[in-house]
Write a protein that binds this ligand. Structure first.
Ligand SMILES: Nc1ncnc2c1ncn2[C@@H]1O[C@H](COP(=O)(O)OP(=O)(O)OP(=O)(O)O)[C@@H](O)[C@H]1O
Length: 269
């Protein structure tokens, strides 16, 4: 893929965190690209730098962290170094985030409908009726039935899996160029996990959005991603086509991750 075809192009990204015990090199020299309708998976054990990579792209790094080197281009536009106000504007329009725990993404005191339609009205200037219709369509596309009823419900009345799919529907209704999903299935049971995975497949098929999918679970990444990046201690150890990486891993660490997954799967049987 040439830089021109990429929705997201990250080059030689460094993220450092200032701590009481010195500087943590959370991301070092990370480079990758994602095209429209493609999923790039990032895998690696806890603390390897997956979330910091996502937060850097989103411009949402914690106060102690900073990008110290590199470039993050979204549709060719440089994001690294932009002011907060400019980034906020881009985030609302072009970037969407799906987090691990959908419960925390919703306001518990407001109905789903209120939250969904207010977001659409703020960002897209739709009328109440138009926003409601768009919410119903979006929720329906995520495989949930009776979207009209869901809009009247509060977050606590819905399961984690339903909320996660509503979150994805809300993100997609903004027609983002890039969707960042950080452990989107980790908190879900196996039935809901499958449904959320179907939702990602549907986004892929639609072909508009590039997806950065973070997971510590290689089964999820193997099932969904086109390309995979394996991270360890802030560095990318291996980057390959997903089928190739799953069948012929090059790096010892990737082999270890794959073996760990096979052992865990055989325990489940
Ligand atoms: N707020 C923080 N203050 C100091 N160090 C941090 C902070 N957040 C993360 N780190 C450190 O930055 C490095 C990268 O962390 P990051 O959260 O990106 O890892 P991760 O791969 O997403 O892990 P997990 O799967 O547990 O979320 C780790 O060494 C971590 O300890």
């Amino acid at each position: 893929m040439s830089g021109r075809d990429a929705i997201l192009e990250v080059s030689r990204l460094n993220v450092q965190i200032q701590t009481d015990r010195g500087v943590v090199h959370a991301v070092q020299e990370a480079s990758f690209q994602i095209g429209a309708g493609k999923i790039l998976g990032i895998v690696g054990e806890s603390g390897c730098g997956k979330s910091m990579t996502c937060m850097a792209v989103l411009g949402m790094l914690p106060a102690a962290a900073a990008i110290t080197q590199g470039s993050i281009k979204l549709r060719g536009k440089e994001l690294a170094g932009l002011a907060d106000s400019q980034l906020r504007h881009i985030r609302g329009k072009e970037l969407a985030l799906v987090m691990q725990n959908p419960m925390t993404a919703f306001n518990p005191a407001l109905t789903i409908g209120k939250q969904f339609t207010e977001t659409l009205r703020t960002h897209q200037g739709l009328s109440r009726k138009q926003a409601e219709q768009k919410a119903i369509d979006g929720i329906g596309e995520m495989g949930l039935s009776d979207a009209g009823k869901i809009l009247k419900q509060y977050p606590f009345e819905l399961s984690g899996g339903m909320l996660q799919r509503i979150m994805i529907a809300l993100s997609l209704s903004m027609k983002p160029s890039l969707l960042i999903a950080d452990e989107p299935t980790t908190a879900l049971d196996s039935v809901n996990r499958r449904k959320v995975m179907d939702a990602f497949r549907a986004i892929k098929e639609e072909g508009h959005t590039a997806i950065l999918l973070v997971s510590h679970d290689l089964s999820i990444i193997g099932a969904l991603a086109d390309e995979v990046v394996v991270m360890k201690q802030g560095q990318i150890l291996e980057k390959a086509d997903a089928v190739q990486l799953m069948s012929r891993p090059q790096h010892e660490y990737t082999k270890m991750l794959l073996n760990a997954r096979l052992t865990a799967d055989s325990r489940k049987e």
